[in-house]
Design a protein. Structure first.
Length: 292
């Protein structure tokens, strides 16, 4: 099933993200975490892709096992910044052969070395080029793309970012998933602006439950997200008590998600970071709110 069809269904839905192992010896533990998250019955599960290539070969295996072994729809991520046209064509063929129907088309982050090099010689500079190639190479895929309520760090301003976002949708992206955010007002404001810019496809807000203090620094580094004072107070108060921080982080994410559903958003994606306990706790908190 395609995610575009899931997004047409009524009711409040939730999806989860997993990431592949970095080394072979961790594969079984990632598989086990994936199984436990799948058992919750999310609307779909996404599997990230290592832009550097290290873990990329596992993305397809895990996406396939989510569908075949656990009966949950999967969304396989694919990045292009470090790939040649030939590699991308091979990956698309592999996905076709594996029966994958949903691809999250991404550029991938630039390492400092990549950013310093002449980019005009690369096969891919932006995700829109990958989306065009997926369309060209054929296959029955529903394509998703990334968007940034707080503006992508490389963009000069939000207007420019939204112009490029529109190009991804015009090229064939059927839904967009947001970067994590910790203040829902930023998301509502973004939604207003992209609708005004003529982007009409479904937008799935991405919520990251912060369950330990060290995750805060990493999340800000990765996303550049604004941390509201309410969230900072929580880290100040509970950051040194792991159990309390975990409980408070889950409550904060739950609160964000309830507010999104209450404001008419039907589909929320949770960056569950291979943590079945966190996914299960959020699911349990929303047991009467999520559509069964
Ligand atoms: P793009 O759409 O190419 O945008 C990147 C920047 O270029 C933006 O500033 C944009 O405005 C600008 N731009 C776009 N098109 C043009 C153009 N034609 N001309 C000039 N400027 C342009 N990374 C991974 O490595 N693996 C993953 O699995 C992964 N999953 C992600 C999932 C989500 C939901 C999100 C939000 C991010 C994910 N990332 C992942 C991170 C992502 O790769 C980075 O944020 C990356 O820096 C940008 O990717 P993009 O696809 O948004 O790029």
């Amino acid at each position: 099933m395609k995610i575009s069809d899931i997004l047409k269904q009524d009711g409040n839905r939730m999806s989860f993200e997993v990431f592949p192992p970095k080394t072979d010896d961790k594969y079984d533990s990632v598989e086990a975490a994936t199984r436990k998250i799948a058992e919750l019955g999310p609307s779909f599960m996404s599997v990230t892709y290592g832009a550097g290539g290290g873990t990329s070969r596992y993305t397809l295996n895990i996406a396939r096992s989510i569908e075949e072994k656990h009966g949950v729809i999967s969304l396989a991520h694919l990045t292009c910044v470090n790939s040649t046209k030939e590699t991308v064509r091979e990956r698309i063929e592999d996905m076709k052969n594996a029966g994958i129907h949903n691809i999250m088309a991404l550029r991938g982050d630039l390492t400092p070395e990549m950013a310093a090099k002449d980019r005009s010689t690369r096969d891919y500079r932006h995700a829109v080029e990958l989306i065009r190639d997926i369309k060209e190479y054929g296959g029955d895929f529903c394509i998703g793309a990334a968007c940034y309520p707080e503006v992508h760090p490389e963009s000069a301003n939000q207007k420019e970012d939204i112009i490029h976002l529109r190009e991804k949708v015009d090229a064939g992206a059927e839904f967009l998933t947001t970067q994590m955010f910790f203040d829902n007002n930023l998301f509502y404001n973004f939604l207003y602006k992209i609708r005004e810019a003529g982007i009409t496809c479904p937008i799935i807000p991405g919520i990251m439950p912060i369950t330990n203090a060290s995750q805060v620094k990493r999340a800000i580094e990765l996303s550049g997200s604004f941390m509201p004072q309410r969230f900072k107070s929580l880290v100040d108060a509970f950051g040194e008590n792991p159990q309390a921080m975990c409980q408070a982080g889950i409550a904060y994410a739950t609160d964000q998600i309830i507010d999104l559903y209450a404001n008419g958003i039907k589909s929320v994606h949770v960056y569950s970071m291979n943590k079945p306990d966190v996914a299960a706790a959020i699911f349990a908190n929303l047991s009467e709110i999520l559509t069964k």
